[in-house]
Design a binder for this molecule. Structure first.
Ligand code: IPE
Ligand code: IPE
Ligand code: MG
Length: 248
């Protein structure tokens, strides 16, 4: 089992915790370049950060953690970088899946899968199957994921259901639409964190983040720590969320 740093966790008011935290893990390449390293070294360092943050999420008993690992646009990068990221992703799953399982994590993948190698698709499928009945943190890894692509795939599934006569167009509600998304059954994003100073959403969880609170930091992902993660959660606890209504 992953041990918890009680002192660190005690800083969080459990009654003000977000249910679903999403993270755009950005800045690996710049972090590495600043140190005279290759971008790939930044990605390797980024995986270490991810392990620490998942562990913290487990110890905090967070309901859902979604991380942006590879976007539908990231295929535009040089072949060598894409190839490195695919190997890193597969090594990560191979090495970590049992420990995640022992910690009751339920991994799920958001996004397309068909452009990944058959071996990686098999590993993703096996990892998700292994953990499908776990009841701890819902750990969503967005890989070959784009919010627009996800919405289009949901629209296509609904169009087929209409075409087959299963539902009428006017029956399509937010709930029915939500159930066709890759995140079906999970709460909407409460807190969206982006590291490394960029102030944009980059096609991440466009539907699910409709009322998310945003938290940006200049810290590059390889330097992001459980302490800073907790800072974001504490700051979230101080926000006034109105959802379009007024405070009482
Ligand atoms: C995030 O870091 C990881 C991925 C997109 C895969 P980047 O690779 O985007 O690093 P920067 O933003 O170029 O520094
Ligand atoms: C978003 O980061 C994707 C991931 C973190 C996986 P990018 O680095 O690809 O986003 P842009 O290009 O700066 O918007
Ligand atoms: Mg980036």
């Amino acid at each position: 089992m992953w041990e918890s740093d009680g002192g660190l966790l005690a800083r969080v008011d459990k009654t003000k915790m977000p249910r679903h935290v999403a993270i755009i893990m950005d800045g690996n390449g710049r972090w590495a370049n600043c140190r005279g390293l290759l971008r790939s070294a930044g990605h390797t360092a980024g995986v270490k950060t991810l392990k620490k943050i998942l562990k913290t999420a487990v110890n905090l008993k967070l309901e859902a953690l979604t991380v942006y690992a590879f976007s539908t646009e990231n295929w535009k990068r040089p072949h060598s970088e894409v190839d490195f990221l695919m190997h890193l992703f597969s090594d990560y799953l191979e090495r970590e899946k049992l420990e995640m399982h022992q910690n009751n994590v339920r991994i799920k993948f958001l996004g397309r899968t068909e452009d990944f190698s058959p071996a990686l698709q098999k590993l993703m499928h096996e990892s998700a199957e292994l953990m499908k009945n776990n009841t701890g943190v819902k750990f969503n890894v967005a890989a070959d994921y784009g919010g627009q692509d996800e919405i289009i795939r949901a629209a296509q599934k609904l169009a087929r259901r209409v075409q087959s006569g299963e539902i009428l167009p006017e029956e399509i509600s937010e709930k029915i639409f939500d159930d066709e998304l890759d995140t079906f059954g999970q709460p909407p994003v409460d807190l969206l964190i982006r590291t490394s100073g960029e102030l944009r959403i980059s096609n991440f969880l466009l539907w699910q983040a409709a009322y998310a609170e945003f938290w940006f930091t200049d810290t590059p992902w390889p330097e992001f720590t459980p302490e800073e993660f907790i800072d974001a959660l504490i700051d979230f606890g101080k926000r006034s969320r109105r959802f379009g209504a007024l405070n009482n």
